[in-house]
Design a protein around this ligand. Structure first.
Ligand code: CP
Ligand code: NVA
Length: 312
């Protein structure tokens, strides 16, 4: 599989086989790292890490993933560079593309990561935009594979803000990989119809299910329940309204009992607001798998960099 030179902006641009390849590579890199074996695949490569929004996992994953493979990461916070303040995104992209071999972007408008990819001429990786969070999905799916030994045929229910970057990206990733995906959310927070239709098309090849509902009973038979914050970065002023709207959709013992399954797992992309989208007790009970998921950010992000930029 040759992914050299490719950007990673949304999973829409990747086939099921390519996603599978990245997951397998991440798993290999994880095993090697556990044995103390690091690579040299990014030797001589300079990687820009642009962050308009804060980050713990994504920033650390790109930094460590890059250094583990012999590359040099450079953190560029939005206050540190001219991006969008004194210089257009197009011009910043052309400057960075002359100096760096790859660029990670975390920010607000998804359009900006597309502009960076178009004008920089180097691979650009989306570390989260308002619309998508594709690197997170690879970590989530690696975790599911570790837990269940497969993806195809699993039932994954995402509970909460159904139109945020996580819900959008889980819909795309799951429908491409044969995971039956349910978005459980109040109607006012459902994903856009165009995205739902597109994901239903993706799901046809596996015959898997794409379901959008506001009925809590949909969690019946779920293998995994997934949740995320009720207010994404930049939406903090909506907190009061969201808490009111989403309180019935909290991941708690009552909701988990409705799965009717003893082995349902709970996933969270983190950071979590315990007491809102998930209770403290449920979070702690599933903390091992949730922190496996967090660790897997690093192995999967390393795999993306190695696959799209690494030397053989
Ligand atoms: N899950 C995730 O993207 O975490 P950070 O915001 O800490 O990067
Ligand atoms: N939906 C969240 C995801 C954080 C990883 C946000 O955008 O803040």
């Amino acid at each position: 599989m040759n992914l050299k030179g490719r950007s990673f902006l949304t999973l829409k641009d990747y086939t099921a086989e390519e996603i599978e390849y990245l997951l397998n590579l991440a798993s290999e890199l994880k095993e090697k790292k556990k044995k103390g074996i690091l690579g040299n695949s990014l030797k001589g490569k300079n990687i820009a890490l642009i962050f308009e929004k804060p980050s713990t996992r994504t920033r650390c994953s790109f930094t460590i993933g890059c250094i583990d493979e012999g590359g040099h990461p450079e953190y560029l916070g939005s206050e540190d560079i001219q991006l969008g303040h004194k210089e257009s995104i197009e011009d910043t992209a052309r400057v960075l593309g002359r100096m760096f071999d790859g660029i990670q972007f975390r920010g607000f408008a998804h359009e900006n990561v597309e502009i960076l990819a178009k004008y920089s001429g180097v691979p650009v990786w989306n570390g989260l935009t308002d619309m998508y969070h594709p690197t997170q999905i690879l970590a989530d799916f690696l975790t599911l594979k570790e837990q269940f030994g497969k993806l195809e045929g699993l039932k994954l229910v995402y509970v909460g803000d159904g139109r945020n970057n996580m819900a959008n990206s889980l819909l795309i990733g799951a429908s491409k990989m044969g995971v039956n995906i349910t978005i459980l959310s109040p109607k006012s927070l459902w994903p856009k119809k165009e995205l739902i239709d597109k994901c239903k098309e993706y799901a046809i090849s596996f015959g898997s299910i794409v379901e959008i509902t506001d009925k809590i009973e949909c969690v019946h038979n779920a293998d995994a329940i997934y949740t995320d914050v009720w207010c994404s970065m930049g939406e903090e002023d909506l907190a009061a309204e969201r808490i009111k709207l989403l309180k019935p959709y909290q991941v708690n013992d009552e909701l988990l009992a409705k799965t009717g399954k003893p082995h349902t797992i709970v996933l969270h992309c983190l950071p979590a607001v315990k007491g809102n989208e998930i209770t403290y007790d449920v979070f702690e009970r599933f903390s091992t798998v949730i922190f496996d998921q967090a660790e897997n950010r690093m192995h999967t992000i390393k795999a993306i960099m190695v696959a799209t930029l690494g030397n053989e």
